[in-house]
Design a protein around this ligand. Structure first.
Ligand code: D41
Length: 695
């Protein structure tokens, strides 16, 4: 017998004839079912009746039941896993998933194209080749294939870290579990959008309403909600599709050298690509494409919110690089926002976590941009005055993509005689404390601090939220009750809650009380960054909290830090530095912190690099223009490793500007201010001089 290596990586001659036949049939069934699945879901062109597919599928199931050793992860029977997860693991993207910049009109689109030509050193009249595709309104996802087999699927998350939703993505029929054809790299990451086509969305909602459940507001929310299910069986029931639009990791193999060709290659390997995708020459081609697709928008089977244009050649993409988190070689031309007219019935004043008092408009509900809008933030009284808004006015409400709805203007000649002016209350509508408005600030604030129930509620909601202390089961509703019943006043009171008191609350019971106490206990083990974030210091978001934790390592160092020292930390400017000092200067805030620690909240201090190893501490750099031997992101990271702060704009405080070809206004500003400027060659020498290895 010849030494033949089977699909399962074993030598066949150890199997009996029966097992060999079974294995052969299993392989045949895999191939047939993958093919029929692909024809049905990707090509939209089935060649066999459903009944035949079903009968082959059942045959495979039966064979696998008899010979479980032949069940592989990429078997068509294995799309839906059997166990729900308890949580999603987090995934760090080896290559960040970038975001997309937007333009909103032809003029901005032409400016984008001109800038590209400038950066590439081409003449204004040159015609760059662009790949055009609709911007699907779904959720970005990444699929990792190793030796052609899907090994991991993840959400984009914030671009650096997402969630591992492999089990859910496996249930999406247009995602190949195994690539077809040949020639794929050993490791390949395919990126694209998961979305719910309009028909499927409508059906899903019809069924939900019939079952007395809530409908989803739009297909994007439905897709996002479906991917967030911990039980893949639920995801499997949702009509999701995946369409690929870019590539991440490529190892052990190579791909063609343009976007368009790569996507065509992906199609060969079994993926769904967008049928409207085209290549055009020059910005005029882009604008024609935009207009043609705007016409077609309503007849498409899925929702789109704009068109994406990408410089087609990878060589040019590489030369263009990216700024902050978005590539310079791609742009989304968004469709104009949708606008509707409705009536402003009332204005109420809400008190936020920091005491900010926000006027909120109550509207006659209108359907705009895919959702029903009945509340709209008016931001602050300056905005109310700018709009000239009165209660009873007809207002134009706009909603674009996923942006929050806005009042754009009023329709003056529809103002009724009964219209009333909008008046800021003299005292806080919740706690009756004074309202203060600092000179030069648009926002009015309640001075009640944690005396104000509204601020207290928000402070607890923030404290318990997922990215802060992550207290499972302590949601907004429960917090409202706890605050209203005065069961919690100070943050640490949360940890003093007793089982009997909790169990006595409406809709709680002993079991949920015990569960909550358990998650409170679990939450006490946290990280320094999370703890800082949970305190709700003004302007200290997740990223800033992390930067503070990295820079100071522990609470004592942070509390002792001066404004000047804080100002040196990555992403922290004078305003935030002042808020932080102000927060810790307040005795009751410091008490709140020690009270939390006394209740058992703990974390591992962060190891801080020795200042001796941070020769650039206190220096601020700006990178501008194109760097040829490294990306700007790499340059930034190396500077940060040496302790420097890297800023996006040039000011008197800038220590040095690194300027590559194509540097424009930042370079001019540096020259004007007399700030040091070095080129890339000098920068490299400088980095090497500080012991940074560039190879
Ligand atoms: O259809 C889309 N939603 C879409 C999103 C698309 N067709 N192309 C995209 N290309 C990119 C880059 C250029 C960064 C590879 C994207 C996105 N990004 C994207 N989606 C969500 C964030 C970024």
């Amino acid at each position: 017998m010849s030494e033949q290596i089977g699909l399962f990586g074993e030598s066949n001659d150890s199997h009996s004839d029966i097992a060999q036949n079974a294995m052969k049939r299993v392989q045949e069934l895999h191939q047939l079912l993958h093919k029929y699945n692909h024809q049905y879901y990707v090509l939209d062109d089935p060649t066999v009746p459903d009944s035949e597919y079903d009968s082959l599928f059942h045959e495979l199931k039966a064979l696998e039941a008899e010979t479980p050793e032949f069940v592989t992860a990429d078997s068509p029977t294995q799309r839906v896993g059997d166990k729900p997860l308890s949580e999603f693991k987090s995934v760090t993207h080896e290559m960040p998933m970038l975001s997309l910049d937007n333009v909103f009109n032809e003029e901005e689109m032409r400016a984008f194209d001109l800038k590209i030509k400038k950066l590439l050193g081409l003449q204004d009249s040159a015609k760059v080749e662009y790949a055009c595709e609709p911007k699907l309104d779904g959720i970005a996802a990444s699929l990792l294939y190793e030796n052609g087999v899907l090994v991991r699927g993840a959400t984009r998350g914030d671009g650096s870290r997402g969630e591992d939703i492999t089990m859910n993505l496996r249930t999406v029929p247009s995602i190949p579990l195994r690539l077809t054809g040949s020639g794929f790299p050993a490791r390949l990451e395919v990126r694209g959008e998961v979305y719910m086509p309009k028909r499927g969305f409508e059906k899903l909602n019809e069924n939900a309403l019939a079952a007395g459940e809530k409908a989803f507001v739009n297909p994007r929310n439905a897709a996002a909600g479906s991917l967030r299910q911990l039980d893949p069986k639920l995801t499997a029931k949702r009509p999701l599709e995946f369409c690929c639009y870019s590539v991440g990791i490529v190892e052990g193999g190579s791909l063609p050298d343009s976007h368009f060709e790569v996507l065509n290659q992906f199609k060969e390997w079994g993926f769904l690509t967008n049928a409207e995708m085209r290549c055009v020459k020059g910005v005029d081609g882009c604008i024609e494409y935009y207009e043609a697709l705007s016409e077609k928008r309503d007849s498409l089977q899925y929702e789109i919110d704009g068109i994406v244009f990408k410089v087609n050649a990878f060589e040019l993409q590489d030369r263009l690089g990216f700024v902050s988190r978005a590539p310079r070689w791609a742009i989304a031309h968004k469709f104009p926002a949708q606008e509707k007219i409705t009536i402003l019935q009332d204005v109420e004043f809400q008190v936020g976590r920091t005491g900010a008092i926000t006027p909120v408009g109550r509207l006659d509900p209108v359907f705009v941009g895919g959702v029903t809008v009945s509340n709209v933030t008016l931001h602050n009284m300056d905005e109310v005055h700018r709009l000239g808004l009165m209660i009873g006015d007809s207002v134009v409400v706009r909603r674009a993509g996923d942006v929050i709805p806005q009042v754009v203007k009023i329709v003056e000649d529809r103002r009724p005689d009964s219209a009333k002016s909008v008046v800021m209350p003299a005292v806080c509508p919740v706690c009756s404390s004074d309202i203060e408005r600092t000179e030069g600030e648009a926002v009015a604030r309640c001075t009640g601090g944690l005396v104000c129930a509204a601020q207290r509620k928000e402070a607890f909601v923030h404290f318990a939220s997922r990215k802060a202390m992550d207290i499972d089961g302590l949601g907004e509703k429960l917090i409202n009750v706890l605050v209203e019943k005065d069961m919690v006043t100070r943050l640490a009171d949360i940890f003093r809650l007793e089982s009997s008191a909790l169990a006595a609350l409406d809709r709680m019971g002993e079991k949920s009380a015990e569960k909550l106490l358990k998650s409170l206990e679990n939450s006490k083990e946290t990280t320094f960054a999370r703890f800082l974030y949970s305190l709700g210091i003004r302007e200290v978001g997740e990223a800033t909290a992390q930067n503070l934790a990295n820079a100071f390592g522990n609470l004592d160092n942070l509390i002792a830090a001066s404004e000047e020292r804080l100002n040196e930390v990555e992403d922290i400017g004078p305003i935030v530095a002042a808020y932080i000092v102000h927060f810790f200067a307040n005795g009751s805030n410091r008490d709140a912190v020690s009270d939390l620690v006394a209740q058992g909240v703990h974390w591992k201090d962060v190891e801080v690099a020795d200042p001796e190893d941070l020769p650039l501490l206190g220096f601020t750099y700006v990178l501008t223009g194109t760097l040829e031997t490294m990306s700007r992101g790499d340059g930034k990271e190396m500077l940060q490793r040496l302790g420097a702060k890297v800023a996006g704009s040039v000011s008197k405080k800038t220590s040095c500007v690194v300027a590559g070809p194509g540097a424009g206004s930042k370079l001019a500003k540096a020259e004007e201010l007399g700030v040091d400027v070095i080129d890339e060659a000098a920068f490299i020498l400088f980095l090497k001089g500080h012991g940074i290895n560039l190879d």
